[in-house]
Design a protein. Structure first.
Length: 321
């Protein structure tokens, strides 16, 4: 049974309103979930069963300007940790884990960096790399490279493009058009999204992102082309980096390069998984590893693990209902 995902709200001292939900085990250890772009807090619904199994209280927010959360005038990645700290205090959470999926990856990592005493560990799943630091962007999805180039040439044109497409992306996608959408995806992603439940979760959270305004989605996107404002080398808590070998949004060598910068990070490159399939089909493996996360190692002692399939060590990870 899928839990209720009607938004709940936290009013921060700044006046900002954050929409949130929680899933999993209400009395379990807290895990803050950072959704992708464009996405919403409801991405976490599909991890509900796995969170219950491993005893995690999974707390998921709409980022500022996304879906039901209010939008500040300006926002950077560095603004997130103070918001998270205040929200955690309000929710009675002292120590916590963090998971970031796709565009949520930088949010998970900056939280791990900012809270060495409170964060028990972090995991990124098909996470976005530090784009501003990349000397070569050829391993990014072509559509991303096009948007980045257009943004550099004429920032306002991208804003107007987002405003123009918002009425269309807010529409439900008719079922007869779904096969056309799947044709543009890699084999593993298309295979996973043929499951109508997974497809609906991905598409509905994509639509959610635009609920507040196109400008909120635009502001969220701009953060990815800005410097993160911290050095991954300075993260002092355990970090796992999960990536699909078939990921075309962010090719897996980008994840490998990022893992090499984080002391003690464990890189898991999963055969047969892409950008959209990985968070859903490997939810149990990811949360199981988060439960068993070891203390961080000293710089230079990192471990890279190449898994042929997570099922080898965790059993089937496809059941997240």
């Amino acid at each position: 049974m899928v839990p209720s995902d009607a938004p709940r709200f936290l009013e921060l001292a700044s006046g900002l309103r954050l929409a949130w939900n929680e899933f999993g085990a209400p009395e379990g250890d807290a895990v803050f979930f950072c959704h992708g772009w464009p996405g919403s807090r409801r991405q976490a619904t599909r991890l509900d069963a796995a969170a219950k199994e491993f005893g995690f209280r999974l707390i998921s927010f709409d980022r500022p300007g996304i879906a039901h959360s209010s939008r500040p005038a300006e926002r950077t990645l560095q603004d997130w940790p103070p918001m998270l700290a205040e929200a955690a205090d309000r929710l009675g959470v002292d120590r916590f884990h963090i998971i970031g999926v796709s565009g949520g990856g930088p949010y998970a990592l900056i939280s791990a960096w900012a809270f060495p005493e409170r964060a028990l560990g972090a995991a990124t799943v098909c996470g976005a790399p530090p784009i501003a630091d990349l000397p070569d962007r050829s391993q990014l999805l072509l559509a991303y490279r096009a948007l980045i180039g257009l943004h550099k040439a004429n920032r306002q044109s991208v804003r107007w493009f987002f405003r123009a497409v918002r009425p269309w992306v807010r529409l439900p996608l008719p079922r007869p058009l779904r096969p056309l959408a799947l044709n543009i995806l890699s084999g593993s992603d298309a295979e996973a999204l043929r499951d109508p439940v997974i497809f609906d979760t991905c598409y509905e959270t994509f639509r959610d992102a635009w609920l507040g305004s196109a400008d909120g989605v635009f502001a969220d996107a701009e953060i990815y082309v800005q410097p993160w404002g911290f050095a991954p080398e300075d993260i002092k808590v355990p970090v796992q980096i999960w990536h699909g070998r078939d990921d075309r949004n962010f090719r897996w060598p980008l994840a490998e390069a990022l893992a090499q910068r984080i002391p003690g990070a464990r890189l898991r490159v999963i055969e047969g998984e892409g950008h959209f399939s990985l968070p859903f089909r490997q939810a149990r493996a990811i949360l199981g590893e988060l439960r068993n996360q070891a203390p961080v190692l000293k710089p230079g002692q990192g471990e890279t693990a190449l898994l042929e399939r997570a099922t080898e060590s965790h059993g089937s990870n496809t059941d997240v209902d």
